[in-house]
Design a protein around this ligand. Structure first.
Ligand SMILES: Cc1cc2nc3c(=O)[nH]c(=O)nc-3n(C[C@H](O)[C@H](O)[C@H](O)COP(=O)(O)OP(=O)(O)OC[C@H]3O[C@@H](n4cnc5c(N)ncnc54)[C@H](O)[C@@H]3O)c2cc1C
Length: 468
C-alpha cells in the first residue's frame, strides 16, 4: 500500500471524514485513520444519529398513546416493543456508517484501520486490531480524535447502573426510575426519550436553570414545558454521592441555597455533565499545546503549536462541541492545507435541542449582549398566534429575534417550536449575509407555515407584527 500522503487525518468522525473528502476533492493524496470498527465517530455511532432515532420513535409512541385519540385516530392498544425500537435505531446507524465507508471509497481515500498516533513529525503510525504497526509519511496531519464522556469527581461510570449517554442509548429495559445528572442538551434529550417510554425521570442540575448558554427566556419557557411533560427537576442542586445497593443506585444530593439534603433510589443514573477532548499520549509526548481545559490550542488556520499538524472538531479549543461545527472545520482546514482561504464563522453556528418542541438558537443571547454592552431591540412572536402551529396542535414556544438597536442587523435568534431545528437554518443564512430584521420582515414566507412566525418576530422588532 501507498505509504506517503499529502494528508493523514486521524479520526473519521464528522470532522475527520469530511476533511478527508474535501482534501481529495482538492487533489490531495489523503488517508483517514479510524480505530473504531465503524466510521462516523461519536455523531453516527453513539451521538446525534442514535439519539435522534430514539427521539423520533419515542415521540411517535407518545403521540400515538396520548394525542391520536383527539385527532380521531383510534386504535385499541399501543404497545412498546423496546428491542424492535433499538433494532430500528441500530439499522439507521449501520446504514449511515456504511454510507461513510462508501464515501471514502468513492473519493479514493485510503482507509487505515487501527489506532493512529503521531510517532514523529510527519509520521503517523497505525496499530491495527492485531497489534501490527505500520508507519506512514504525511506532509500534513489533521487530528480529529473528538471527545469522550466525562463524569464528576468521585462518581465512576460503570456502564451498567451509572451510565454515560452511550449506554443510555441502548438500555434493554425501560428504567422505572432514572436520574439524569446535568440539564444540558444531551441530558434533556435522553430524559425526553425515557420519560416518553415510561420512566419516572428526575434531572439534577447544579445551576439554577437548564440549558446553560442559551437565552434565559428560552431556558425558562423550556423548563416550564418539560415540567408539564412530567420530567421532574432539582435545580441549584449538587450531587454529593452515589452508592450502589444491589441493582439500584442511591443518589445523594444537596440544594446549593437551602443546604437541604435528599436521597433518592433509582434504577439508572445517567451522567450527562459534558464531554472532554480525546487527547492521545502522542499529543502529550509531542508537546502539542493544550489550553487549561485540556483541549488542543489552534490558531485561525487550525494549526497546532507544531507546524503541519492541524486539529479540528471536539478536540480543539474553539466553538461548541457539535457535529456541524466539526464538519465546517474539516472543510476549512482541507482548503487551508490546499492553499485556499477556508474559514469558519464562529458567530453563526446554530445549536438545536431535538426534544418536542425543539429548541434552537444562532448568534448571541440577550444575556451576552448585555454583558458586551451592545444596545439591542427584541422582537418576539408566539406560536399560539401562528396558524400552522395551531392546526397541528403545536402552539408551545416562540421566536425571539434580537437586532442591533441602531443598524437593525440581526445579532441573535432563539426559538422553541416543533420545527425549530429546521427553521433556524433561515436565520443562520440571514446572519451570514448580514441581514437586518427588516430584510427578514420583507421576505415573503409561505402560508401556512411555522416559518411565518419568524417573519412576524422580525416585524415585531419594529413593533408591527400583524397577527399578535
Ligand atoms: C448523545 C449525543 C448526542 C449528540 N447529538 C448531537 C446533535 O444532535 N447535533 C450535533 O451537532 N452534535 C451532537 N453531538 C455531538 C457530536 O457527536 C460531536 O460534536 C461530533 O461527533 C464531533 O465530531 P469530531 O469529528 O470532532 O469527533 P468524533 O465524532 O468524536 O470522532 C472522532 C473519531 O476519532 C476516532 N479516534 C479517536 N482517537 C483515534 C486514534 N488515535 N486513531 C484513530 N481514530 C481515533 C474515534 O474512534 C472517533 O471515531 C452529540 C453527542 C452525543 C454524545
Amino acid at each position: 500500500m501507498e505509504n506517503n500522503f499529502d494528508l493523514v487525518v486521524i479520526g473519521a468522525g464528522p470532522g475527520g471524514y469530511v476533511c478527508a473528502i474535501r482534501a481529495t476533492q482538492l487533489g490531495l493524496k489523503t488517508a483517514c485513520v479510524e480505530s473504531n470498527k465503524t466510521l462516523g465517530g461519536t455523531c453516527l455511532n453513539v451521538g446525534c444519529i442514535p439519539s435522534k432515532s430514539l427521539l423520533s420513535s419515542s415521540e411517535k409512541y407518545h403521540k400515538a398513546q396520548k394525542e391520536f385519540n383527539n385527532l380521531g385516530i383510534e386504535s385499541s392498544s399501543i404497545k412498546l416493543n423496546l428491542s424492535k425500537m433499538m433494532d430500528n435505531k441500530d439499522k439507521s446507524v449501520l446504514t449511515l456508517t456504511k454510507g461513510v465507508e462508501y464515501l471514502l471509497r468513492k473519493n479514493k481515500i485510503v482507509h487505515l484501520k487501527g489506532k493512529g498516533s503521531i510517532s514523529a513529525k510527519n509520521t503517523v503510525t497505525v496499530t491495527d486490531h492485531s497489534g501490527k504497526k505500520v508507519s506512514y509519511k504525511a506532509k500534513n496531519i489533521v487530528i480529529g480524535t473528538g471527545s469522550v464522556p466525562t463524569s464528576l469527581p468521585g462518581i465512576k461510570i460503570d456502564g451498567k447502573i451509572i451510565v454515560s449517554s452511550t449506554e443510555a442509548l441502548s438500555f434493554k429495559k425501560v428504567p422505572k426510575k432514572l436520574i439524569v445528572i446535568g440539564g444540558g442538551y444531551i441530558g434533556l434529550e435522553l430524559s425526553s426519550v425515557w420519560k416518553r417510554l415510561g420512566s419516572d425521570v428526575i434531572v439534577i442540575e447544579f445551576l439554577d436553570h437548564i440549558i446553560p448558554g442559551m437565552d434565559k427566556d428560552i431556558s425558562t419557557e423550556f423548563f416550564k414545558i418539560l415540567n408539564k411533560q412530567g420530567i421532574h427537576f432539582k435545580l441549584d442542586t449538587k450531587v454529593t454521592g452515589i452508592n450502589l445497593v444491589k441493582n439500584k443506585a442511591v443518589v445523594d444530593f444537596t440544594n446549593n441555597k437551602s443546604a437541604k439534603r435528599e436521597r433518592v433510589e433509582c434504577d439508572k443514573v445517567l451522567v450527562a455533565v459534558g464531554r472532554k477532548s480525546n487527547i492521545g499520549e502522542d499529543i502529550i509526548k509531542l508537546g502539542i499545546k493544550l489550553d487549561n481545559q485540556k483541549k488542543i490550542q489552534v490558531n485561525k488556520k487550525f494549526e497546532t503549536s507544531i507546524k503541519n499538524i492541524y486539529a479540528i472538531g471536539d478536540v480543539i479549543n474553539k466553538g461548541p462541541m457539535l457535529a456541524h461545527k466539526a464538519e465546517d472545520e474539516g472543510i476549512a482546514v482541507a482548503e487551508i492545507i490546499a492553499g485556499q482561504a477556508g474559514h469558519v464563522n464562529y458567530n453563526v453556528i446554530p445549536a438545536v435541542i431535538y426534544t418536542s418542541p425543539e429548541v434552537a438558537m444562532v448568534g448571541k443571547t440577550e444575556e451576552q449582549l448585555k454583558k458586551e454592552n451592545i444596545k439591542y431591540k427584541v422582537g418576539k412572536f408566539p406560536f399560539l398566534a401562528n396558524s400552522r402551529a395551531k392546526i397541528n396542535s403545536e402552539t408551545e414556544g416562540f421566536v425571539k429575534i434580537i437586532a442591533d438597536e441602531k443598524t437593525d442587523k440581526v445579532l441573535g435568534v432563539s426559538m422553541i417550536s416543533a420545527m425549530a431545528g429546521t427553521m433556524i437554518a433561515e436565520l443562520a443564512l440571514a446572519m451570514e449575509f448580514g441581514a437586518s430584521a427588516e430584510d427578514i420582515a420583507r421576505t415573503c414566507h409561505a402560508h401556512p407555515t411555522h416559518s411565518e412566525a419568524v417573519k412576524e418576530a422580525a416585524m415585531a422588532v419594529d413593533k408591527r407584527p400583524i397577527h399578535f
